[in-house]
Design a binder for this molecule. Structure first.
Ligand code: NAD
Length: 485
């Protein structure tokens, strides 16, 4: 299957590719070169309305389809993603700036896995029944919600887009989905794939545009009954303020400021290898990255020396080259934001141990947005650098002297998405896992994912959980039926 990418992308509504009704387009920029290499529809409430009409038309047959039939189509989409793996990976890297090897190894395989996983989940999803002494039998009907909205960010474009769309479809809903306007191409290609895989017209509608004009129009539309959103805490707050008074179902996966807690008794080599990944993977632009490294004081200096030695070896450059461990930052706006955060850290008295500035790439990437992996120390837990999400290749180091102090530092932010703990002492690990304010805890590992597990954050990191049955429950309404005999 050949996936062609036109210069001007189109919306996918009712099974047709079409221009936005506004006639307006937004530049699409390759962050590794700084060049405009395409344009995307700037959609608004009129396009959303068309998508709703198409989804309403498609809903009766999609929701009424036998689970095995839905499975076949969703599984076929997974197969088509695998078949077009290389083309999708290249598109993702050109849009996002991440190294091509990363798109190939992580992003695209996971997008296929999301569809395959939820294709089978749709066949196995079951509901509860309760009988009691009053000769009553209660059973739960789990019915699709109807039309649902999925809004996703730029950091793992197809990976997170499909993580929402696949369970929504598997549960029998029709979907209106919007990828980030910063990374639209893989979503456009997914529309081509879904059409080729035989997904019925109107079941999935993909519209492009900004959060303000297109995303908000989705959230405001009364016929879109649930919103699954992944993105910043700021946008999540805005979405909740619109959707909550309309009593919509909401799943909000938001920002993080995750602690990575390292004890002296850890498996040193494994910890160091994974701490490099959790600090700088995808240029630090993964919501699960451990941006606050907390190190037991007795090994602080040893860790600092070894860590910096490793970070120095992270080659930065053209994401298309195999040797590049670090690619470009996703956009000029985000590049400026990260450099601004580094300036704030300096003003707050932080010492820059390495990095701290833009990286000048050469050749075709000379105008790209690259930042050196940056390590900062000497900042307390209350400063902006240690409390606000940066979402870039920037980590801070803080020493601790006891379990209590490690916990206090770890919990000293408004976020609560993920945490890592490195220790060989299982009692200590359990003690911390139970007390840490976080939706996800990894002990002696990082980003070890099982798609059946609940995924999401607490505090300002979000509301609700994705993954496995949690996602199937979110995308269905539970109706209790009581029958007495
Ligand atoms: P963002 O909030 O700017 O945008 C995310 C998506 O929401 C985009 O599609 C955008 O167009 C849309 N959007 C923005 N404002 C909107 C509004 N008012 N109404 C409706 N839609 C709106 O986030 P981003 O910069 O694309 O992504 C980075 C953020 O995402 C970081 O904060 C990161 O931590 C977070 N993130 C969280 C998770 C998680 O699982 N918790 C995963 C990945 C990324």
């Amino acid at each position: 299957m050949q996936l062609d990418i036109p210069f001007q992308l189109e919306n996918f509504i009712g099974g047709q590719f079409q221009q936005p009704l506004s006639g307006q387009f937004i530049d699409n920029i390759n962050p590794a070169t700084g060049e405009v290499y395409g344009s995307i529809p700037s959609s608004n409430e009129k396009d959303v309305e068309q998508a709703v009409v198409a989804a309403k038309k498609a809903f009766p047959s999609w929701s009424g389809m036998r689970a095995e039939e839905r499975f076949k189509i969703l599984n076929k989409i997974a197969e088509c993603i695998e078949e077009t793996h290389d083309q999708l990976a290249l598109a993702e890297t050109n849009d996002n700036g991440k190294p091509l090897w990363l798109s190939k190894e992580v992003d695209i395989p996971r997008a296929a896995a999301n569809f395959r996983f939820f294709a089978t989940a749709g066949m196995q999803f079951a509901s509860e029944s309760h009988s009691n002494q009053n000769h009553s039998l209660n059973f739960t009907l789990r019915q699709p919600i109807g039309i649902v909205g999925c809004i996703s960010p730029w950091n793992l474009p197809l990976y997170l887009f499909t993580w929402k769309i696949a369970p929504a479809l598997a549960a029998g809903n029709c979907v209106i989905a919007k990828p980030s306007e910063v990374t639209p191409v893989s979503a456009y290609l997914l529309a081509k794939i879904c059409k080729a895989a035989g997904l019925h017209d109107g079941v999935l509608n993909i519209i492009h545009g900004t959060g303000q004009d297109c995303g908000e129009a989705m959230v405001k539309h009364p016929s879109i009954k649930a919103i699954s959103f992944t993105g910043s805490t700021r946008a999540g707050e805005k979405i909740a303020s619109i959707a909550a008074p309309m009593f919509k179902k909401l799943s909000l996966e938001l920002g993080g400021k995750n602690p990575n807690i390292i004890f002296a008794d850890c498996n040193w080599d494994k910890m160091l290898f994974n701490t490099i990944r959790s600090s700088f993977g995808n240029q630090g632009q993964i919501c699960l990255c451990g941006s606050r490294i907390l190190v037991e004081a007795s090994i602080y200096e040893r860790f600092k020396t070894a860590f910096i030695e490793r970070v120095k070896k992270l080659s930065i450059g053209d994401p298309l080259e195999d040797g590049s461990k670090q690619g470009a930052i996703v956009s000029k706006a985000h590049f400026d934001k990260i450099l601004g955060c580094i300036e704030t850290a300096k003003k707050e008295g932080g010492s820059i141990l390495m990095g701290g500035k833009a990286f000048q790439a050469i050749g075709r990437c000379q105008n790209g947005y690259f930042i050196e992996p940056t390590v900062i120390e000497n900042l307390g837990p209350q400063c902006i650098t240690n409390t606000e999400e940066i979402f870039g290749p920037v980590v801070t180091l803080q020493p601790f002297h006891s379990i209590e102090e490690a916990l206090a530092l770890a919990n000293a932010t408004q976020y609560g998405l993920a945490a890592s703990i490195w220790t060989q002492d299982i009692t200590k690990a359990h003690q911390i896992a139970a007390q840490i304010e976080s939706g996800i805890v990894w002990i002696n590992c990082w980003l070890e994912r099982d798609l059946r597990t609940p995924f999401g954050g607490i505090k300002n990191s979000g509301v609700g959980r994705e993954g496995g049955w949690e996602a199937m429950r979110f995308f269905t309404e539970a109706k209790n039926v009581t029958i007495q005999y």
